[in-house]
Design a protein around this ligand. Structure first.
Ligand code: NI
Length: 138
């Protein structure tokens, strides 16, 4: 089994805010991340596909195709957007990096299957160089 990864980048704004809670509780749990007027991050997204290299191409997945899929189905919808307001697939959800990684998985998994015998292995999403999440689909 070989693991092939593609890294992409986007900027987005968000806030962490639970509408079921009081202002005080939001402040207590989320701190400055609950700031009403948003804040931004430079996100790094790493998508890893696993599989056996194809006998004819030597590829698990054509990285040009993977890059195009990630850009058209995910990055174009997130880049320079507000995760809480502008992004259809985040509507009604907490705009945390964890939830965003799970939603990106849902979008990419079927698209990758269309162009490769490999399967999606992981979504790594860096919110900052030091804070990142990894989702393996379960
Ligand atoms: Ni944040």
């Amino acid at each position: 089994m070989v693991y092939v990864s593609r890294k992409e980048h986007f900027n987005a704004a968000h806030k962490l805010y639970n509408p079921d809670w009081s202002e005080e509780k939001n402040k207590e749990i989320f701190g400055p991340c609950s700031n009403a007027n948003w804040h931004g991050h430079n996100f790094e997204l790493i998508v890893t596909v696993k599989g056996i290299p194809d006998a004819d191409t030597g590829f698990v997945i054509d990285l040009k195709k993977l890059s195009t899929i990630i850009r058209t189905t995910v990055i174009d919808k997130l880049d320079h957007k507000n995760l809480n307001v502008d992004v259809e697939f985040m509507k009604g959800k907490m705009a945390s990096t964890e939830v965003l990684a799970m939603e990106i998985w849902k979008i990419l998994e079927p698209e990758i299957t269309k162009v490769s015998k490999g399967v999606l292995h992981s979504i790594k999403l860096y919110e900052t160089p030091r804070n990142f999440v990894e989702y393996l689909g379960e």
